[in-house]
Design a binder for this molecule. Structure first.
Ligand code: ZN
Ligand code: ZN
Length: 338
C-alpha cells in the first residue's frame, strides 16, 4: 500500500509499504478519507516520521474472526489502540486508557498505525458505523473536527440559553462553532487570521473579535451586559487565550481547555476560582456513547459541509501540508486512493 511520510523540513511524499493484516479483533480498514490535524507542525519542523494521522473514515475489508464489524461496513476510525478492558475503556473514555496496545507488538508489523495510508488496523469496538446517508468526508468530522468541542460542550451542558466564547478558530475551533450553534447558543469567536474569521461567520458565529484588539476583553463584557460568558472554550492552545477564557467567563461560569499546550498557565485560586465560583476542566475527545449524537450534528447541521475547506488526493500531500501550515484553511481532507 501507499502511505504518506515526512521526509524533511517542508518535504512530504509517498512510500510503498506492506499492507497491514487483521489480528484477533483488530480488523483492516480501507481508508477512504483521512482529515489532516496537527501533523503540519512536524512538516514545518522537519520532524521526519513515517507515522502520520489519527483520524479517518473507511470501509472494513478484512477481519480475522467474527466480531463487532463485518467486511463492507462503513466506519469512522477512532484514535489510538486502547485496551478495551480497563474501567475507562468500558466507560467509553478509552481516549484516557493507560494500557494502550503497542501496535507492532500486537500485530507483528509496524504498518497499520498511520491514517495517512491506504489501509490501517484497528480494534473493532472503536469503529462505529456510518449511517447510509452520510458521506465518508462528513463522517470523518466525528473525530477531531467536531469531537473535542462536542465533548467539552456536553460536559458544560451548553444550550440555547448560553453565550459561548471560543478562542482559536482553526479546524477544532471552527468545529466548536458548528457544535455551539447546533445547540442554539450565542457564539463569540476570538481569532486573528482573517480566513478563519470569515469561515467562522459562514458557520454561524454571531460575533468574531480580533484577538489582537487591545479592548477584546471589554468587547466581550459589553456583549454580555458586564457579566461575562456562560461557557468559554479554548481551542488556541496558547496561554494568553486560556487566560482570556478565565477572565471572560462569568461568575459561576465554566471554562474548558481543548487546545493542547505545554506552557504553564498561572491561575490565582482565590479570584479566578473560589470567589468567582468558576469550573475549569480539560477535555480531549468525547465519550464513545456520544457518537450517535455527534452523527446527528453531522446529519442535521445546515453548515456542516463548510467545515471542510479543501480535499486533496494523498498524492498531493506536499501541497496539502503547505496549505495546512499556511492556516488559510478549515478542515483539510486527504484521499489515500487518489
Ligand atoms: Zn483501557
Ligand atoms: Zn486530530
Amino acid at each position: 500500500m501507499k502511505k504518506a511520510v515526512i521526509l524533511g523540513e517542508r518535504q512530504a511524499g509517498l512510500v510503498d509499504v506492506p499492507d497491514p493484516r487483521p489480528v484477533k479483533d483488530w480488523v483492516v480498514v480501507k481508508v477512504h478519507v483521512t482529515p489532516m490535524c496537527t501533523e503540519y507542525k512536524m512538516f514545518v519542523a522537519g520532524h521526519r516520521t513515517d507515522y502520520l494521522g489519527h483520524e479517518a473514515a473507511g470501509e472494513v475489508v478484512e477481519v480475522a474472526q467474527p466480531g463487532r464489524v463485518q467486511v463492507g461496513d462503513r466506519v469512522v476510525v477512532m484514535p489510538f489502540w486502547p485496551c478495551g478492558e480497563c474501567a475507562l475503556c468500558v466507560a467509553g473514555d478509552y481516549i484516557h486508557c493507560q494500557n494502550a496496545h503497542d501496535v507492532e507488538a500486537f500485530t507483528g508489523s509496524p504498518e497499520g498505525k498511520a491514517t495517512y495510508a491506504q489501509y490501517l488496523v484497528k480494534p473493532d469496538w472503536i469503529l462505529p458505523k456510518i449511517p447510509d446517508d452520510v458521506s465518508y468526508e462528513l463522517a470523518s468530522l466525528a473525530v477531531c473536527g467536531l469531537g473535542p468541542s462536542f465533548g467539552a460542550f456536553d460536559a458544560m451542558g451548553v444550550d440555547a440559553f448560553d453565550t459561548v466564547l471560543i478562542t482559536g478558530l482553526g479546524a477544532v475551533g471552527l468545529g466548536a462553532v458548528v457544535n455551539a450553534k447546533f445547540r442554539g447558543a450565542f457564539v463569540i469567536g476570538v481569532e486573528s487570521i482573517s480566513y478563519r474569521i470569515d469561515r467562522a461567520k459562514m458557520l454561524g458565529a454571531d460575533i468574531v473579535i480580533d484577538a489582537r484588539d487591545e479592548d477584546a476583553l471589554a468587547q466581550v463584557m459589553d456583549l454580555t451586559d458586564g457579566l461575562g460568558v456562560d461557557a468559554a472554550l479554548d481551542c488556541a492552545g496558547v496561554v494568553a487565550a486560556q487566560r482570556f477564557c478565565i477572565d471572560t467567563a462569568r461568575r459561576k461560569g465554566q471554562v474548558t481547555f481543548v487546545g493542547e499546550c505545554s506552557e504553564e498557565l498561572p491561575i490565582r485560586v482565590s479570584p479566578d476560582m473560589i470567589r468567582k465560583g468558576l469550573t475549569i476542566r480539560g477535555s480531549w475527545h468525547y465519550n464513545l456513547s456520544l457518537y450517535p449524537k455527534i452523527m446527528q450534528v453531522i446529519q442535521e447541521s445546515p453548515v456542516i459541509d463548510k467545515l471542510i475547506s479543501h480535499v486533496f488526493p494523498m498524492s498531493e500531500v506536499q501541497q496539502a501540508f503547505e496549505l495546512s501550515a499556511s492556516h488559510q484553511c478549515a478542515k483539510i481532507i486527504l484521499k489515500p486512493w487518489e
